[in-house]
Design a protein around this ligand. Structure first.
Ligand code: ATP
Ligand code: UDP
Ligand code: MG
Length: 491
């Protein structure tokens, strides 16, 4: 297949990829886009009809035709004069089409990453590193599920040399499916937290679900492992079923007895009465300084994988968790053989995605916008960032969703932890946040729960009159906490 035509869809490769059956076969089509939403159709596109929660897109095939679609992929024939490729399941057909496209790009290098927090951020950092070297496609926004991942694969063109995809998991088996479409050359788990605890019923199961990413590695593929994570050993064992090539990032303290040390070192430390030792992964950060506008650290390659190399990084991201994300991005780049100066340059030029702990100036106040989403781990991480600020510290929180039966417990535990931080005021909204508020106030009366956002906003505006303040906004996506920032700054 020539370079220009690798990503053109026609009658035969559509049929071949989906194992579908043409009803009213087209004479000829040459489409470059397969689109699932009629509102995005332009002339020449193929429309793929998915049955969703609100709409059955088979009702929109005629609209797709009016908007210029040249063919439709459907689960059942519909009354419409348009070539229709009938498939058993259009969601799976989208997956097959994405995989077909990916498999045609034999000279493409693919990185897939998952984890409870930090996927989108790390993906941006890695995109910034790889984009310096060659055309790189990275997941747009948050397209990380069984529909979003194939949609991203369908955006590949012959120009791309690198692909970085984010894989999300709401249930066991989802990552095995999406990773199987993507077939990564480098597969990475960032961390195991408590996101979607409800669906999984335990962190062990979350770890198992994330480890599925390693099962789809290409031959010679590299597994990237979070050395600092509590589940490092489990993830490492899971990865080693599929590859012997692993790279770890981060550092952690390990009991001397289980540390993998030379006999002489072990004996010397043991004689000195040392009980735990700090162990370093293959890529780690040293001399970390998390500042209010950025972070500084030395990025170090452990001599175990190469000669010891270290370079200073000025990372334009706030919070120590982003230093962890930067180490992860660096480890994936090391797995691809990219040199340290190029990695450092890419990290220096990376930009934080919107709503992930970005700072907005408001008069002499600072607003920290972390409204994109929340889980208990990321809520606490963000609260610790606020704690390090100057002036009056105000935490504005909305509910955390998708915690299932653990919701009351998790919201209460969160409150207990937040009560230990040096924060001056906590303002909350959402039914679950009532538990967090009560838990904080059992320790110190700094929290207030509101029935709605307008009432919260009135009190927040009054608090801001007391002096220079930093306000952190955070909650689950469904809480749309960014509307508070918009309303506050519009006043
Ligand atoms: P989603 O599952 O919603 O796609 P994600 O994994 O892509 O999320 P990001 O969008 O990068 O994560 O970050 C979301 C929030 O998680 C950030 O705003 C920050 O509060 C927190 N976060 C990011 N990285 C980490 C990390 N390494 N550890 C803990 N919390 C983090
Ligand atoms: N859809 C469309 N045109 C419309 C409205 C919806 O093509 O005017 C498509 C949409 O892109 C999706 C499908 O119909 O692929 C189902 O829509 P729904 O909103 O129910 O999807 P969900 O909520 O499951 O994402
Ligand atoms: Mg994301």
């Amino acid at each position: 297949m020539s370079k220009q035509t690798a990503y053109v869809w026609h009658k035969d490769n559509l049929q071949q990829a989906t194992a579908g059956r043409w009803h009213q076969p087209p004479v000829d089509i040459r489409a470059t886009r397969i689109i699932t939403d009629t509102r995005q159709i332009i002339a020449g596109d193929v429309f793929l009809a998915i049955c969703g929660e609100r709409f059955d897109a088979h009702d929109f095939v005629a609209t797709a035709k009016q908007n210029g679609a040249v063919a439709a992929i459907v689960e059942r024939e519909v009354e419409c004069d348009i070539p229709q490729l009938v498939v058993a399941d259009s969601r799976l057909a989208l997956g097959h089409l994405g995989k077909f496209r990916r498999d045609q790009h034999t000279d493409l290098t693919v990185v897939a990453l998952t984890g409870s927090s930090g996927k989108t951020t790390t993906k941006e950092m890695l995109g910034s590193i790889l984009g310096q070297i060659a055309p790189t496609l990275i997941t747009r926004g948050n397209l990380n599920n069984d529909l979003g991942v194939p949609m991203m694969l369908l955006e590949l063109t012959d120009e791309h040399r690198f692909l970085v995809v984010e894989l999300g998991a709401n249930h066991v088996g989802e990552i095995a499916y999406t990773a199987g479409l993507v077939r990564p050359d480098v597969a990475m788990v960032l961390n195991i937290g408590t996101a979607h605890l409800g669906e999984f019923g335990g962190r062990e199961n979350i770890a198992k679900a994330k480890a599925e990413i390693y099962s789809a590695l290409t031959e010679q593929g590299v597994a990237v492992l979070p050395f600092a994570d509590e589940f490092y050993e489990e993830l490492s064992a899971a990865a080693k079923q599929f590859t012997q090539r692993t790279i770890s990032f981060g550092e952690r303290s390990v009991p001397l007895k289980t540390a993998n040390l030379a006999k002489a070192d072990y004996e010397m430390l043991s004689l000195q009465g040392v009980e735990t030792v700090q162990m370093m992964g293959d890529v780690f950060a040293d001399e970390v300084e998390a500042l209010t506008t950025h972070s500084c650290f030395d990025l170090v390659l452990n001599p175990d994988i190469d000669t010891l190399q270290s370079l200073p990084v000025r990372l334009p991201f706030i919070g120590e968790h982003n230093v962890a994300n930067a180490q992860a991005a660096a480890a994936a780049a090391v797995a691809l053989g990219i040199d340290l100066p190029t990695i450092v340059q890419g990290l220096t030029n990376a930009t934080p995605p919107k709503g992930r702990l970005t700072r907005v100036a408001f008069g002499n106040h600072s607003l920290l916008d972390d409204t994109y989403n929340a889980n208990p781990t990321s809520m606490l991480t963000a609260a610790s960032v606020l704690e390090a600020e100057q002036g009056i510290k105000i935490l504005v929180m909305g509910d955390i969703f998708e915690l299932g039966d653990a919701s009351v417990d998790e919201h209460t535990k969160l409150g207990e932890k937040i009560a230990t931080l040096a924060i001056d005021h906590v303002l909350t909204v959402g039914t679950h946040m009532a538990h967090t508020t009560q838990a904080i106030n059992r320790h110190k009366m700094i929290a207030k729960h509101y029935a709605d956002k307008p009432n919260l906003l009135i009190d927040l505006q009054n608090l801001l009159k007391a002096g220079q303040a930093t306000v952190l906004f955070k909650g689950s996506r469904g809480m749309a906490m960014e509307s508070l920032i918009a309303d506050l700054t519009a006043c």
